[in-house]
Design a protein around this ligand. Structure first.
Ligand code: B1M
Length: 207
C-alpha cells in the first residue's frame, strides 16, 4: 500500500526518486490522484513552506523540495487531468515583469490544476502585453499575478491598468509574499490570496 506519509517526507527531504516511486505506486494501486496531491505532495510542500517562513530551512532546501514535487507532479498531472470532468475555468498565471521568483507561483499553478482549473502558466518576467495576448488567445476569465519583490509590486498595478485600458474583463487575483489585501483593493484587483491553498478558493469565488 502506497504510503502518503512517505511521499510527504520525500518532498520535505527533496528526495525526488522516492517521491516519484511512491506517486507511481499510489496511482497503480488506484489511489485518487487528488488524494496523492493533497495528502502527499501539497502536505510536504506545506511543511517546507512553513519551515522556510520560520527560517528553519533555507533556499536550497526549498528548491530541492520543489524539484521533487515537480518530478512527482509530472507523473500525477495527466491523471489529475484525466480524473477531472471539465476544467473549472481557464486561468492565466504569471510572475510580473521584472520578477524572476516562481516557486510560489508554481505551487499556485499546481494547486489550481489539482483543483480542476485549466492553467496557462506564462512563467516569470511577464509583461502586461503578454498577459493580454494570452487572455485573448484562451478566452480566459481569470488572471493570476504573482510578485515577490516590493520593487515589482508596482508592476502589478501597471498590469491591472493595462488590462483596463485593453478592455480586458477577466478578473484578477494577486499574491506573493509582500502583497496584501489592501494592496489588491488599492490597485483594483478582485482577488488576493496569501497562499496556494487560498488561491484555489479565491479563483473559485472569482468564477
Ligand atoms: Co529572492 N528575494 N531575490 N530569490 N527570494 C526574496 C523575495 C526576499 C524577501 C529575500 C530577502 O531579502 N529576505 C527579497 C525581497 C525583498 C523585498 O522586495 N522586500 C529578495 C530579493 C531582494 C531578491 C533579489 C533582488 C536578490 C538580488 O539579486 N540582490 C533577486 C531578484 C531577482 C528578480 O526577481 N529580478 C532575487 C533572486 C532570487 C533567486 C533567483 C535566488 C530565488 C528565486 C528562485 C525561483 O523562484 N525560481 C530567490 C528566492 C528563492 C527567494 C526567497 C528566499 C524564497 C522565495 C520563495 O520561493 N518562497 C525569498 C525570501 C523569503 O521568502 N523569505 C526571496 C517560497 C514560496 C513557496 O513562497 O513565493 O511567498 P512564496 O509563495 C507563496 C505565497 O506568497 C503565495 O502562495 C505561495 C505558496 O503558498 N503566492 C501567491 C505567491 N504567488 C501567488 C500568486 C497568487 C496567490 C498566491 O495568485 C496569483
Amino acid at each position: 500500500m502506497a504510503d502518503l506519509e512517505a511521499l510527504k517526507n520525500a518532498v520535505i527531504k527533496g528526495d525526488q526518486n522516492t517521491a516519484m516511486e511512491v506517486t507511481t505506486k499510489a496511482l497503480e494501486e488506484g489511489m485518487a490522484p487528488e488524494e496523492v496531491l493533497r495528502g502527499g505532495l501539497i502536505a510536504g510542500m506545506d511543511v517546507v513552506g512553513k519551515a522556510f517562513k520560520k527560517n528553519e530551512v533555507y533556499v536550497p532546501e526549498v528548491l530541492i523540495a520543489a524539484r521533487a514535487m515537480k518530478m512527482a507532479m509530472e507523473i500525477l498531472e495527466p491523471k489529475l487531468i484525466e480524473a477531472g470532468v471539465e476544467p473549472l475555468g481557464t486561468i492565466i498565471v504569471g510572475t510580473v515583469k521584472g520578477d524572476l521568483h516562481d516557486i510560489g507561483k508554481n505551487l499556485v499553478c499546481m494547486m489550481l490544476k489539482g483543483a480542476g482549473f485549466n492553467v496557462i502558466d506564462l512563467g516569470t518576467d511577464v509583461a502586461p502585453e503578454r498577459f493580454i495576448e494570452a487572455v485573448k488567445e484562451n478566452d480566459a476569465k481569470t488572471i493570476g499575478l504573482s510578485a515577490l519583490l516590493t520593487t515589482t509590486m508596482p508592476m502589478m498595478d501597471k498590469t491591472v491598468t493595462a488590462f483596463k485600458e485593453a478592455g480586458i474583463e477577466a478578473k484578477v487575483m494577486i499574491g506573493g509574499a509582500p502583497v496584501t489585501q489592501n494592496y489588491a483593493d488599492k490597485i483594483g484587483a478582485q482577488g488576493y490570496a496569501a497562499d496556494a491553498a487560498t488561491a484555489v478558493d479565491v479563483a473559485k469565488e472569482l468564477l
